[in-house]
Design a protein around this ligand. Structure first.
Ligand SMILES: Cc1cc2nc3c(=O)[nH]c(=O)nc-3n(C[C@H](O)[C@H](O)[C@H](O)COP(=O)(O)O)c2cc1C
Length: 211
């Protein structure tokens, strides 16, 4: 099936079948799509937490508008961004890049200094919001990858991030939750949205061509 057909097939699933679990290899590929997502300066300032533990997911559901997909699905991906850009975090990523590539490069080192001069001194909230935008890129990649795998997913920002951070102990790791993505399989009989047409503005109201 072409990718666009899969994107038409996917929808923000409201009711998942608790009896159907997503196979681990599919989950791995959906997470890998997030890891491969591009990020500003390649800093990759977010992580994905894969929650299968039923008790943890029940606690998260309670602080997420009681959305049942969180426990009816088999896996919950939590996208969590760095709470700040520190010199340590920036240096770690530049050092790691040098290690992977096996050489250092003057232009790259100059760019490191530019980021070190710009980011750590900024308001931590500004830095977190920048990092959160990168997390959204990974989140989008996982939404698309789930569709590609024929796995249902519900992109979610309807939750209390501070409460989820508390449940998962994210603050101690310098992370803040940004989005949730339950994975599972649709249960069409109980899902009011399953049979409704997808609604998107027509192309002419969405794309401007300047030739
Ligand atoms: C960032 C983001 C947050 C969303 N939060 C929720 C949510 O908390 N609960 C929910 O049921 N749907 C949520 N949605 C789903 C959207 O309502 C849905 O994607 C949109 O209406 C388009 O419909 P479709 O995804 O079914 O094509 C969210 C989507 C995005 C991208």
């Amino acid at each position: 099936m072409p990718l666009l057909d899969k994107l038409n097939w996917r929808y923000a699933t409201k009711k998942m079948d608790p009896a159907k679990a997503v196979a681990q290899d599919k989950v791995e590929r959906i997470v890998e799509a997030a890891r491969l997502a591009p990020t500003s300066s390649g800093l990759q300032p977010f992580e994905v937490i894969v929650v299968t533990n039923p008790a943890l997911r029940a606690r998260i559901q309670a602080v997420a508008w009681n959305q049942a997909q969180i426990t009816e699905g088999s896996h919950l991906l939590v996208f969590a961004a760095w709470d700040n850009y520190t010199a340590e975090r920036i240096n770690a990523m530049f050092d790691y890049t040098n290690q992977v590539r096996g050489f250092t490069n003057e232009g790259w080192e100059a760019y490191r200094q530019k980021l070190l001069a710009a980011y750590p001194g900024r308001d931590p909230q500004v830095n977190f919001e920048h990092a959160a935008r990168q997390a959204y890129i990974g989140f989008g990649a996982s939404v698309i990858a789930a569709a590609f795998e024929g796995v249902d997913a519900t992109p979610m920002e309807g939750f209390d991030p501070a409460a989820v951070d508390e449940i998962l102990g994210l603050q101690a790791r310098g992370l803040k939750s940004v989005t949730l993505l339950p994975l599972g399989y649709r249960q069409e009989s109980g899902d009011w949205l399953a049979k409704l047409q997808k609604v998107r503005r027509p192309r002419e109201q969405f794309v401007t061509e300047m030739n």
